[in-house]
Design a protein around this ligand. Structure first.
Ligand SMILES: NC(=O)c1ccc[n+]([C@@H]2O[C@H](COP(=O)([O-])OP(=O)(O)OC[C@H]3O[C@@H](n4cnc5c(N)ncnc54)[C@H](O)[C@@H]3O)[C@@H](O)[C@H]2O)c1
Length: 377
């Protein structure tokens, strides 16, 4: 992630210092940037001169004191709070008093990272999506300690890098990694209940739902080990709210070493010559599968709005620009009818008697008051 963020900053004209404790990682990053730049020149997207100047703007170091003159540092190191806290403390002793210290963490609390430095008000979350040069979304996360000046300066800066910024509350998963949980969770649940196999659920989500990838394909792409670990950590961070409960199917796949593409086997077999399983292309079943996952995503998005994690506008932007959803979930909810969403959720809740299917109070209230999510809808 660090390399991608450095590329974005250098492309926007900044002098960038890229640091890692590991020399090999720096070499890899340099080689990758060279390759990316060569490809952009080849495609005629940038001139050779621009490519060269972007590369010369980035310097590589293992010495944190090289950050002394920086106005902003974006940390993108290993996802461990103890390691991040130690690095922030060291950084504060090196940089100037008005340097902004940001973290690209996906799951740790910005408040706890901020608490590790003296001037906690200078710390903010700046969360990019992978790959940073291609994904337009950046979540900006103020901690309770972050000053309004640091917040507006960081958001303005990232906007000037032509990114789409959204403001998110410092809560587990921020917007995208919270709202997207049912995309995996409900697909796994329906598989476990025997509604359909992996291929059929993936087919339905792509062909009928309009998503770029199906949930099982996507989990195989991310890695079942990584995706399972995130689900477990989100579940624990939400005090074991059943909405985020992990699945045994994914746990067993991960334990078996069936991580997905990277290990050659996941929900699908990626060995050479392996035959991809055929989906059951039953339209009625497909529509049922898509609607159940979609209504759970809508419920999650509505609850994020209800709990002021972000504005309705930013929640829709986050899901379309951060994970390429074909439509914003709240606009989708309007289209489907909020009454229909509440009805389905209530049916699921009545059927299973599980808190996992509780309807967001916001959806219920909006139906009662005959409201829609966006004025233009
Ligand atoms: N991978 C993603 O899709 C993604 C997306 C958004 C945010 N993030 C976040 O970005 C951060 C990095 O993730 P990643 O996937 O790039 O991880 P990674 O493991 O690929 O890279 C982390 C790098 O940090 C270096 N490092 C470790 N400890 C260090 C230290 N003390 N000082 C300096 N460098 C150190 C490692 O050598 C490694 O090169 C994490 O906080 C992660 O949550 C990742």
């Amino acid at each position: 992630m660090g390399s991608g963020i450095a590329q974005v900053a250098a492309q926007s004209g900044h002098l960038v210092v890229l640091s890692d404790t590991n020399d090999a990682a720096l070499e890899k990053s340099k080689a990758k940037l060279q390759k990316v730049m060569a490809r952009l020149v080849e495609k005629g997207k940038i001139t050779l001169e621009t490519a060269e100047s972007i590369q010369t703007r980035i310097s590589y170091t293992t010495d944190l004191t090289d950050f002394a003159a920086c106005g902003l540092v974006i940390e993108a190191i290993v996802e461990r709070i103890d390691v991040k806290k130690a690095v922030f403390q060291t950084l504060e002793s090196i940089v100037s008093g008005d340097c902004i210290l940001a973290s690209n963490t996906s799951s740790l609390s910005i408040a706890s990272i901020a608490a590790s430095v003296e001037k906690a008000e200078r710390v903010v979350g700046i969360h990019f999506f992978n790959p940073a040069p291609l994904m337009p979304l950046v979540e900006i996360i103020p901690a309770v300690q972050t000053s309004s000046v640091v917040l507006s300066q960081s958001r303005d800066l990232i906007d000037s890098w032509k990114k789409v910024t959204v403001l998110a509350k410092d809560t587990p998963g921020f917007i995208v990694n919270r709202v997207a949980r049912p995309f995996y969770g409900e697909a796994l649940r329906m598989y476990e209940e025997g509604f359909a196999d992996f291929a059929t659920i993936d087919w339905a989500m792509k062909e009928i739902g309009g998503f770029r990838m199906g949930p099982f394909e996507l989990m195989d792409f991310i890695g079942n080990d990584v995706n399972y670990a995130v689900t477990e950590s989100v579940f624990a961070s939400f005090y074991f709210d059943p909405r985020y409960k992990p699945s045994f199917t994914q746990k067993r796949h991960s334990e078996a070493g069936w991580y997905g593409r990277k290990s050659g086997r996941g929900y699908y077999d990626y060995a050479e010559g392996a035959v991809a399983p055929e989906p059951t292309k039953d339209k009625a079943l497909g529509e049922e599968l898509v609607w159940r996952i979609l209504v759970m995503l809508i419920n999650e998005a509505a609850d994020a709005c209800y709990l002021k994690i972000a504005s309705a506008e930013d929640i829709d932007l986050a899901m379309t620009k951060g994970v390429n959803y074909p439509k914003g979930l709240l606009r989708w909810a309007n289209e489907k009818g909020l009454g229909h969403c509440v009805e389905t959720l209530d049916q699921l809740h009545a059927e299973y008697l599980e808190d996992r299917y509780r309807c967001s109070p916001l959806l219920r209230k909006m139906v009662r008051e005959n409201k829609q999510f966006f004025a233009e809808a």
